[in-house]
Design a protein around this ligand. Structure first.
Ligand code: FAD
Length: 89
């Protein structure tokens, strides 16, 4: 049986430039795949909310993608988590 060459994906489109789309795009580029990102918003800006990253996600960005310095500069460590269950009945 002749050797069949597997068609490797070389370029993909990502719809949406949120953290999911951007993270996926970076991951694909680490695999040598070109990525075109399509974002509907005219600009990406802060919405006034914090983004908390758990230890597993943070460890990946630090260890696998070498983004520790950028995270240290942009973020801060959470000193406490307070969960509140408010019942209105
Ligand atoms: C007020 C608030 C506070 C939050 N706080 C936290 C927090 O502290 N910690 C945490 O982990 N999570 C938090 N979240 C949740 C977090 O924001 C989401 O889980 C996360 O942003 C989801 O990422 P995503 O990339 O999947 O989607 P999104 O961030 O929603 O990104 C999707 C992108 O796709 C674009 N898009 C959609 N449709 C199209 C289209 N047809 N064509 C082109 N572009 C398109 C959108 O414009 C958007 O930019 C918070 C959310 C809110 C609203």
């Amino acid at each position: 049986m002749p050797h069949q060459e597997i068609n490797k994906v070389q370029r993909i489109a990502v719809i949406g430039g949120g953290i999911g789309g951007l993270t996926f795009a970076i991951a694909m580029r680490h695999h040598g795949i070109e990525v075109d990102i399509y974002e509907q918003a005219a600009e990406l800006r802060e919405v006034g909310a914090a983004v908390a990253l758990s230890a597993n996600a943070t460890r990946f960005f630090y260890d696998q993608w070498g983004m520790g310095d950028a995270f240290d500069e942009a973020g801060s460590q959470i000193s406490a988590l307070i969960y509140s269950l408010r019942k209105s009945y």
